[in-house]
Design a binder for this molecule. Structure first.
Ligand code: C5P
Length: 401
């Protein structure tokens, strides 16, 4: 699969540096040739000799080495590769990349390269969560850098959380995905995503709504766009930034959301993440504000909103090949979600526990079960971003079939 591909592997200074040796071997087993670059920090963890021995290639370490430059100048090094892979990518290395610094061999190559760059971050969970790191990540994403991981779990520092270097097989998969479909395996695929709550007006100032933040749906739209999909995100009222490359349509009510989704058809896939209000005012919004002194306690006559997910699932001709729904449950999550999948007629239900104890509503993490007609796949707790990336890859795999 990687026959003839040339990978420049930049190894940063983190405890996970040793995993890059295994990574290099696994890439080579699939036919790639790997050339290693070790940062000064990286050399504290593994030696140039081990990198050179395992890759059967010179390992480069020094920007100002006459020998290295005579043999292979850093510009050539950066160009004679099909992919530049940084693993582990430390917070420091990503900060340099995001800001265009070039004060050592690795950062100079990363600034000089005209090839796709993929980074596999690894660091302490607090460093990962720091605003500066998240800002740098956003910059790198906008610059077109591909990310793999990090995962969550026990970190070398003894803390638990996101920041673990992606597993080697996942990194190999990401590299293979890149070469299989270029950077954009979903290019040419149209995908509709709904996200956020809806607001159903009662009168000019009041409305019925819910606590959905829109975060998971926005992350999913961004992850799909990163894989090259043409994404239309129909969003209820939320304060989320539009992900790069996503076509966002803002709506308020369920009727507007339904109309926007219908207008966006046809599509190859639809992912309904929105927490659509089940009911709206039967007679529409009241023209005047209800007055306590005049109207007393109002009787609100409600009617049911259209079920967008069910409607998409039951379209005859013109039904998206893949329809994904979400099931937010507070108890017996898998049982209820399995029944919901059948009731709605969608292909996949992503079920999660939104009980107050889970902290999912409005929180950064999620733990989901991917339910199809024949399987239940329970993913470990991970950030909503990672759920989005993993789900985008699942969608990509289904659409590729
Ligand atoms: O029925 P319930 O609201 O629990 O179903 C949740 C799933 O159905 C989510 O995927 C949600 O986006 C979708 N849904 C919808 N339109 C509705 C209600 C729910 O698309 N009116």
């Amino acid at each position: 699969m990687l026959e003839g591909k040339r990978i420049l592997l930049i190894i940063g200074g983190g405890v996970a540096a040793y995993k890059s040796l295994d990574l290099a071997r696994r890439l080579m087993e699939r036919g790639a040739s790997v050339r290693g670059v070790l940062t000064p920090g990286g050399q504290q963890f593994i030696t140039p000799l081990s990198v050179a021995s395992l890759t059967n290639n010179e390992c480069y370490t020094d920007l100002f080495s006459l020998k290295d430059e005579a043999e292979m100048g850093h510009i050539r090094l950066s160009r004679e590769a099909d992919l530049v892979l940084v693993s582990p990518a430390t917070a420091d290395l990503m900060a340099k990349m995001a800001n265009g610094l070039a004060n050592d061999l690795a950062s100079t190559i990363l600034l000089a390269t005209d090839k796709q760059v993929m980074v596999a971050p690894a660091m302490n969970a607090e460093m990962w969560a720091h605003k500066a790191t998240q800002r740098n990540l956003e910059t790198l994403r906008r610059d077109g850098v591909l990310m793999v991981g990090p995962g969550a779990g026990m970190l070398a520092c003894g803390e638990v959380g996101p920041g673990r270097l992606a597993e080697v097989p996942d990194m190999v998969d990401a590299v293979e995905d890149f070469f299989a479909g270029g950077v954009r395996p979903l290019s040419g695929k149209k995908i509709i995503v709904t996200a956020g709550p809806t607001q159903e007006p009662i009168d000019p100032v009041r409305y019925i709504a819910n606590r959905s933040s829109g975060k998971q749906g926005f992350e999913i739209s961004g992850a799909l766009a990163e894989l090259g999909a043409d994404v239309t995100l129909v969003a209820g009222p939320v304060s989320q930034e539009t992900p790069v490359g996503v076509n966002r349509i803002d709506v308020e009510t369920a009727l507007e959301m339904n109309a926007a989704v219908t207008a966006a058809l046809p599509a190859d896939a639809a992912v309904c993440v929105a927490a659509v209000s089940d009911w709206r005012m039967q007679a529409g919004s009241l023209g005047e504000k209800l007055k306590k002194s005049k109207d007393g306690i109002p009787e609100l006559a409600l009617c049911e909103n259209p079920d967008i997910l069910k409607g998409l699932s039951s379209l005859g001709e013109g039904r998206p090949v893949l329809v994904v729904g979400f099931a937010a449950e507070t108890e017996q999550v898998i049982e209820y979600a399995t029944a919901k999948r059948a009731r709605k007629g969608c292909d996949i239900i992503v079920a999660n526990d939104v009980s107050a104890a889970s902290g999912v509503m409005g929180g950064a993490d999620n733990q989901v079960h991917i339910i199809t007609d024949s399987s239940v796949d329970s993913w470990p707790t991970m950030s909503k971003k990672d759920v989005a990336i993993k789900l985008a890859h699942t969608i990509k795999d289904v659409l590729a079939k």
